[in-house]
Design a protein around this ligand. Structure first.
Ligand SMILES: Cc1cc2nc3c(=O)[nH]c(=O)nc-3n(C[C@H](O)[C@H](O)[C@H](O)COP(=O)(O)OP(=O)(O)OC[C@H]3O[C@@H](n4cnc5c(N)ncnc54)[C@H](O)[C@@H]3O)c2cc1C
Length: 381
């Protein structure tokens, strides 16, 4: 391999600088790639809205998504270690376990991941979630689940880790179009990015390798990949520090207790496009869910309210691996599990970029990625 070839191969542009963009940029920079990151805005990223649960079992996932999520869960402690080492900042990883309460034994038995949890009868449920409503006679404890403080810690730590690893941030940049040409192999190849810079100037940037991390906005760049926004509203309350030790994953709301006693309450799930803002109906729904789950929590002082847009695909699974253009890699569509799946997404994306287009065929990596391929949705319904 000539030095020119090697240096070209090691350059990548990350499109979007939310949770996935930062995660991918960090891992690529750590592994010696030269990384540029283009992002339109900072605070619109769902990474700043997430509750941060890493809870494949409480979420009741199944099939290839459960396998992927369990793999990611295992990877979180060492992954967090690399971010904390590079940034000098904490990510708020808390392997605290989750408790899922049920209104009947039958409901508990039917839960998809029931066999992976510890059954709790009423007394044990009360011990794990003090003050839980008497409407719940039983529950499941998943000690293997955990949480990251995405909003207050993880995102800032990732940004700092990226900067210290030499990632070049371009802020206020909107990627408008991906440019391609037919290659000698008859396939369309990525050759550039058309963008609008922060001063409004239109530019075209040559580029042979990019990772699409535009979250809920991804379909604007690749119309054939159906990623749509699902809005989530949240709020937080300040609890006594020891009031709740585990994530409490109820039917109408979930409660995520941080180490300092802040409890994040989520979340609505709204199909309203990119309509911004909080709504009385959404906030009422959360308050009702909180009251029905842990009545005492309604007396804890409210702290903050916010919302974000989850990137959701038709089958609610992410889009990973090689994209529709040679040189374009997909890391989007993580819906309500982006924090949970960030570690495995980073590793798979790096493996795809390191392997290059020819190195992927018939490998175990290709098998892992198959359920999450970009073209699984066609033909459209
Ligand atoms: C309310 C809520 C609660 C959640 N709770 C959890 C949870 O408990 N656990 C969990 O695992 N996940 C959770 N999630 C999901 C998680 O936050 C997302 O899956 C994850 O943040 C998606 O990351 P992303 O990088 O794909 O998108 P984002 O973090 O949204 O980042 C996308 C970025 O791309 C940029 N961008 C978009 N288009 C362009 C363009 N054309 N040019 C340049 N930049 C562009 C945007 O400005 C944005 O910064 C939650 C999400 C929400 C909204």
């Amino acid at each position: 391999m000539t030095p020119l070839h090697r240096s070209r191969q090691q350059q990548v542009l990350v499109l979007g600088g939310g949770l996935m963009g930062l995660t991918v940029a960090h891992v690529m920079a750590r592994h010696g790639w030269s990384v540029g990151l283009l992002r339109r805005g900072r605070r619109d990223a769902a990474g700043f809205a997430a509750a941060g649960m890493a809870a494949p079992h409480a979420e009741g996932l199944s099939g290839p998504l459960l396998a992927l999520a369990q793999r990611s869960l295992q990877m979180i402690p060492p992954w967090v270690g690399t971010i904390e080492e590079d940034s000098g900042l904490p990510c708020g990883w808390r392997p605290c376990g989750t408790v899922v309460p049920f209104t009947s034994q039958a409901q508990r038995q039917a839960f998809p991941t029931a066999a992976m949890g510890h059954p709790l009868e009423r007394a044990a449920l009360e011990a794990e979630a003090p003050g839980i409503s008497p409407a719940f006679p039983c529950g499941l404890l998943f000690p293997q689940d955990g949480q990251l403080d995405s909003r207050r810690q993880l995102m800032a730590a990732l940004e700092q880790a990226c900067r210290r690893r030499g990632v070049r941030f371009e802020e206020g940049v909107t990627v408008e179009r991906l440019c391609w040409e037919e290659g000698g192999d008859g396939h369309p190849h990525l050759v550039g990015i058309a963008l609008r810079a922060s001063d409004g100037e239109k530019q075209r940037r040559p580029c042979e390798r990019a990772v699409l991390c535009c979250g809920a906005w991804s379909q604007q760049l690749i119309p054939s990949v159906p990623v749509t926004p699902v809005k989530g509203q949240m709020f937080s309350v300040q609890a006594p520090r020891q009031a709740l030790q585990r994530v409490l994953f109820g039917p109408g709301a979930y409660l995520v207790p941080r180490r300092d006693g802040l409890v994040v309450v989520g979340a609505t799930s709204e199909q309203v496009g990119f309509t911004p803002g909080l709504t009385p109906i959404g906030q009422d729904q959360l308050e009702r869910g909180l009251r029905q789950l842990l009545p005492a929590a309604t007396r804890w002082p409210p702290m903050e309210r916010w919302y974000g847009f989850r990137p959701c695909t038709r089958d609610q699974q992410p889009v990973l691996g090689p994209g529709p253009l040679v040189g374009l890699v997909m890391a989007t569509g993580h819906h309500r599990n982006g924090v949970l799946l960030a570690a495995v997404t980073a590793e798979l994306t790096r493996a795809v970029l390191d392997a290059g287009p020819a190195g992927l065929r018939k490998t175990s990596l290709a098998t892992t990625l198959h359920p999450f391929r970009w073209n699984r949705f066609s033909p459209a319904p």
